[in-house]
Design a protein around this ligand. Structure first.
Ligand SMILES: Cc1cc2nc3c(=O)[nH]c(=O)nc-3n(C[C@H](O)[C@H](O)[C@H](O)COP(=O)(O)O)c2cc1C
Length: 383
């Protein structure tokens, strides 16, 4: 196993617990929570784990390979880092830590429009391999400016988000008065004082801000002002009219993220998307949502030969990745998992989490006697 693996943290649960002890409560809860009563977030993982795989033992097996192709590129494993906003709030400098680790491991890193690193820096750290997730700007000129920057930074894939037509209802964030910069209520100050490594690193790397949006944003917004700015600047609800000019302008691969229905999949195919990410935003938007493994099962067989179908939400381990791939995903992504890694292990968090997931995933492939990732569906037990 690689040096970057810490034997004290062999599971996602270990990383999550350690991260919880090192991140101030308001920031940890922003990362960790779902929405409303947290039904969707737990349903995602619960239903993924109901998927069962069948091994073959009495067979000669060659060396199993985790190499996976998606969007015309080849990666070392079938998982990547999902776009997460405000990463630097959860762990200082975490987008840099994760972009570097993703590049070193040859897995995709998707940069969020609203995270704390800009497009140009993500591209520099990944030698032009970072994917970029776009919140749909309300104004054409802002949209075109951001698209030009993503193209100049050589982003190979643009990911258009469709599942945030409105802000999710998240009781913890409401209670914590989450703001950027964090509101200095006595409770939040005490939480920060109780997490000295986070506090010192925040001093070192500076107040987290929306780096990509810096040229367009007034500084120091609290949650209410941020909401007003986002409402004015970004129009969450996507439609055909908004998508068409983006498809015309963007020469690289285009992916729609947040798909959960046949109708949206059919629209994505018709509008010329190269791929979709079946996702419910990690259970942060609609608490009554279907689990993504269930949505995936309904979509992959029917549309998998017309569009590349990827999936996220609820995956926490190598066996979970194998379950999703066996259910027909072309590729998978995880959001919270990598921030748990950074919260637990700081600079080593990206390396460790990727190494851990790769090791777990490879073990499943070897155990099943599955040599190629694309053969995983043959091991699915279809009840
Ligand atoms: C704290 C947090 C912030 C997120 N911000 C974004 C974002 O800015 N853009 C986006 O497309 N998805 C965002 N997501 C959703 C993730 O890309 C991904 O769909 C989700 O985390 C997958 O679920 P998982 O965390 O269970 O792996 C965010 C998720 C979390 C947990």
């Amino acid at each position: 196993m690689a040096n970057s693996f810490h034997t004290g943290y062999p599971s996602m649960d270990d990383l999550r617990k350690k991260a919880k002890s090192r991140i101030p409560k308001f920031a940890f809860e922003y990362l960790d929570g779902g929405c409303n009563e947290d039904v969707s977030i737990s349903r995602n993982t619960k239903e993924i784990r109901e998927v069962q795989l069948q091994p073959r033992y009495l067979r000669n097996q060659g060396v199993s390979s985790t190499v996976t192709k998606v969007m015309g590129m080849e990666f070392s494993a079938p998982f990547g880092i999902a776009p997460v906003g405000l990463q630097g709030l959860m762990w200082p400098n975490s987008p840099e830590i994760l972009a570097k680790a993703a590049f070193a491991h040859n897995i995709p890193f998707i940069l969020s429009t609203v995270t704390t690193m800009n497009i140009e820096r993500a591209s520099e750290l990944t030698e032009g391999n970072a994917w970029f997730q776009l919140y749909n700007p309300a104004e054409d000129s802002l949209r075109d400016d951001i698209l030009n920057r993503a193209a100049a930074a050589q982003c190979p894939v643009l990911v258009l988000l469709c599942d945030v037509p409105t802000f999710g209802y998240r009781p913890r964030d409401i209670r914590n008065g989450l703001a950027l910069p964090p509101k200095m209520s006595l409770a939040n100050i005490l939480q920060i004082l109780g997490k000295p490594t986070w506090a010192l690193n925040t001093l070192k790397y500076g107040q987290p801000t929306f780096e990509t949006l810096r040229p367009y944003t007034p500084g120091g917004l609290n949650l209410k002002q941020l909401g007003q700015f986002m409402d004015k600047t970004f129009s969450g609800r996507l439609n055909e009219e908004r998508i068409k000019p983006i498809r015309e302008k963007w020469k690289g691969k285009l992916v729609l993220k947040g798909v959960a229905s046949e109708q949206d999949t059919q629209d994505a195919i018709r509008l010329g998307f190269d791929g979709i990410i079946v996702s419910n935003h990690g259970g942060r938007q609609l608490d009554a949502a279907e689990s993504t493994i269930n949505s995936l099962a309904g979509l992959s067989g029917k549309y998998g030969d017309q569009i590349e179908i990827m999936m996220d939400s609820g995956l926490r381990s190598g066996p979970d990745i194998a379950r999703a791939m066996a259910t027909g995903a072309k590729f998978t992504f995880m959001g919270r998992s990598f921030l748990y890694g950074c919260g637990a292990l700081g600079k080593q968090g990206g390396e460790h989490t990727i190494t851990m997931l790769k090791t777990q995933f490879k073990q499943v492939m070897d155990q099943l006697c599955c040599e190629r990732v694309e053969d995983l569906p043959k091991h699915l037990i279809d009840h």
